[in-house]
Design a protein around this ligand. Structure first.
Ligand SMILES: [Zn+2]
Length: 397
């Protein structure tokens, strides 16, 4: 399989072992799922299904950032306790994902249940001289990590700007270097806090993912994924912390990043409020229609939401479903690969070849549509199999 690796900026050959360790950054649960989330998690879901189809076991960890400035802000503004808000929103997110037929992760850790591990990793970084304490805060000393920011390849000024945008001000006078970032912060009045050697407080966002990835998948993982807005600072900081704490590198062999969903040319974001919600779409379209629509965009390409395309996808999903219903044979019948008609073989080969070429789902869905035009039970059975790799149920709803 070839996967585009943000670290090398090329499509790298990914030699998968029997077990593939995958980590994908999860949501901050304070507002329900929008189309950008669905785009990202559906893409990684197809990656997992493709690897399984090829005979690999996938150990998949996705975290929940259930303590965060945004959650606390939202909790205050709507008057719901922060932990209750996080629980509720996590459940809604999980329901949206399961409706979209996104397979649940093997491990689904919540940041608030992993605090001791985070404290342990920070302590180690402090002891090793990679981090330092100022009052109730602890900062990671970026200069102690060789090639800090290599994943992002950004000029220093741009890195500083992105730290500012993500609430880790470079101009904070406590920092020895402007690129240093928070590992632990003292809690404000009335804010939730946990005990630590540096006083009551809570972990920074980046150390959460490092700790959970290493705990559940080990010091060296195969694939780390997330939205391309996470390349800096989040993933760059994760690399620095994890590699310094474990003494092993690379933290991840492949870094995969997906593009964003836009509305009228503007990135969908909670802060702008220009969101297309998955729950709303599920009221009007089938999960298969939404998935097919999303998978017609390559995961690395950002795209504009277009309802006309979604309607077309709904028609095509219905066509695929009708085609599969025409299969005369028993549901669990297996077909002899060597005996398949030529056209069926070609369509299957094209579909799988597209998926193993950096998850080219637009080409894979085209091959599926082609397969649907071929008569005979074999074509229908292989179509159903490939639809399963794409996460389409093709059942009457
Ligand atoms: Zn993360």
């Amino acid at each position: 399989m070839r996967l585009y690796n943000t670290m090398s900026r090329t499509k790298d050959e990914f030699e998968a072992g029997p077990v593939v360790a995958l980590y994908v950054c999860g949501v901050t649960p304070y507002d329900t799922t929008h189309l950008g989330h669905a785009f990202s998690y559906a893409a990684f879901d197809v990656l997992i299904r493709t690897l399984r189809y090829l005979g690999h076991e996938v150990r998949y960890t996705q975290n929940v950032t259930d303590i965060d400035d945004d959650i606390l802000k939202r909790s205050k503004s709507i008057g719901v306790p922060w932990d209750e808000l996080g629980r509720e929103q996590t459940e809604l997110f999980q329901r949206d994902m399961s409706d979209l037929n996104v397979l649940p992760p093997t491990h689904y850790p919540r940041a608030t249940e992993e605090i001791p591990g985070m404290v342990g990793m920070i302590q180690q970084l402090v002891e090793q001289g990679n981090a330092y304490q100022v009052g109730s805060q602890v900062y990671f000393a970026a200069a102690t990590a060789p090639n800090f920011g290599m994943l992002a390849r950004l000029p220093r000024e741009e890195m500083l700007k992105r730290f500012e945008d993500t609430g880790d001000s470079p101009n904070n006078p406590e920092k020895r270097d402007k690129l240093d970032f928070l590992l632990w912060k003292g809690s404000g009045e009335g804010e939730p806090s946990w005990d630590s050697p540096w006083g009551a407080g809570r972990p920074g966002w980046h150390i959460e993912c490092s700790t959970m990835a290493v705990r559940y998948l080990g010091p060296r993982i195969d694939i780390h994924g997330g939205g391309d807005d996470l390349i800096f600072p989040h993933h760059s900081c994760e690399i620095a912390q994890s590699e310094q704490a474990t003494g092993q590198a690379p933290f991840s062999r492949i870094w995969m990043h997906n593009g964003v969903a836009r509305l009228d040319g503007v990135k969908m974001s909670k802060s702008l409020g220009n969101l297309v919600m998955v729950r709303e779409l599920l009221g009007r379209f089938s999960p298969d229609a939404i998935r097919l629509y999303l998978l017609r965009h390559h995961y690395r390409d950002s795209f504009d939401y277009d309802e006309k395309e979604l309607v077309r996808a709904a028609n095509d999903a219905a066509l695929l479903q009708r085609r599969v219903e025409k299969i005369g044979a028993d549901d669990d019948v297996t077909v002899d690969s060597d005996q398949l008609p030529q056209g069926v073989k070609v369509a299957r080969r094209l579909c799988i070849a597209a998926l193993v070429d950096d998850l080219n789902t637009p080409d894979a869905t085209r091959a599926m549509m082609e397969l649907a035009t071929i008569d005979g039970d074999e074509a229908g059975i292989i179509l159903r199999q490939l639809a399963g790799v794409m996460g389409l149920r093709l059942r009457r709803s």
